[in-house]
Design a protein around this ligand. Sequence first.
Ligand code: SF4
Length: 525
Amino acid sequence: MSRDGEVTYDDAGQTPVILGEPVTEQPIGAALPVDGMGCHAGADQMMAAARLAGKSEILDQYAADYPKGPHDQPQSMCPAFGSLRVGLRMKRVATVLSGSACCVYGLTFVSHFYGARRSVGYVPFNSETLVTGKLFEDIREAVHVMADPANYDAIVVTNLCVPTASGVPLRLLPREINGVRIVGIDVPGFGIPTHAEAKDVLAGAMLNYARKEIEAGPVQAPVGGKSDRPTVTLLGEMFPADPMMIGAMLAPMGLAAGPVVPTREWRELYAALDCGVVAAIHPFYTAAVREFESAGRPIVGSAPVGLDGTADWLAGIGAAFGISADRIGAAQNAFLPAIKAALAAAPIKGTITLSGYEGSELLVARLLIESGADVPYVGTACPKTRWSAADADWLEAKGVKVKYRASLEDDLAAMDAIRPDLAIGTTPVVQKAKEKAIPALYFTNLISARPLMGPAGAGSLGEVVNAAIAGKERMETMKAFFEGVGHGDTAGVWEGSPNLRPDFRAQHQKKLDKAAKAAKAEEMI
Ligand code: SF4
């Protein structure tokens, strides 16, 4: 708690704010950054520019790590939010963005909306500083000014779309200034499909840095000291009580829960790498897994959710450590009856469609099914990886349609076809569901913010899900109440009737059809 009584996460709020210099002279023609080159412009154009600017290697790595799906551009918020949030949650880590002002405005707005309570650094640019390389010089100067070891362990610099497409070479930044580590990453929307995977970009880059530090010599011990038992590093952000629950379930096997990656401070990275086994609770951390595998750590997929999930996960972790069947059995016997009882105490009745971009969708679906729900469709914006294969197999054996890299259109089509009692999904899915008087819950705010693991997770969804399903009648009343207030571009309060111009619309459609035909003809040539 600070002197004025404000409750804060750490003392990052005391960090002095660096004031910029006012721009006195504006070079002719340099007023704006490359305009129209955002996430609403063609991704191909940006991709081609980035390759020409020497970013082929990193883009190829991203293409391998994060294979694209039916949509090759993000359908959710800017992916860079994922890596920004990971950096902002770390103690003594500064984050600096390099990108178009509109992107930075949006990203800082969202990060503060989610309670970041930290400054986000920004190095502005214009067309001239971008093309002459001055932007890179400005970034270098900014990190030199900021790199005070009294305030920071590390500074993360992130290239957004335009600087990535222009080839701003963050790899040429000094690796360290005054003992402050400098981590430069490219997180373009045209290379990283979801904000979940952007978390992996930063987590992977930090683990890579920390692994090389370990190889070079002794590093700091964890704040709480080293565990006397072998540890399991947990990969993926989860509800704060979940790591404790997992720790309790590991104890009968003589194991302990290690740090959660992405970590909350730099030295936890060393402890994470020092584990015996890594549990890929969230299955999309491809770059982080690469670092753990380079450090010789085995990876176990899925998670201890529900009855079958917990039994299999404990067996998988035990086998990876070479623990005897007796001790694995002891851990299972200590917790499975409690999970069974918790599931039975909070039964769920109803048909539910589920979709999201967090990476934990398959795990939540398992819990819902074991609680008694009928879940015909699960969509995740994340890609298929081997760490969620067991969950997908389990769900498919129960007749569930599992869709990886699901687009918004997939999720909406499933909801339309199934007409569930409850739709759990992203904002646009929930919005559509409400329009159709289908009860709906936001995955991120209402489902991810609950324990999922072991006995604590087993009964946690029942209350919120059943309450939402029971709200069907209220949804019908709301639909009837708002009936006739307009739809799409005619929604809202109007003095008279909306001024519709179907003739303009038809004319515009003709133009679009013509352009599409021309593009098709060009393709054939
Ligand atoms: S940085 Fe994000 S908001 Fe900006 S153009 Fe790229 S994807 Fe869009």
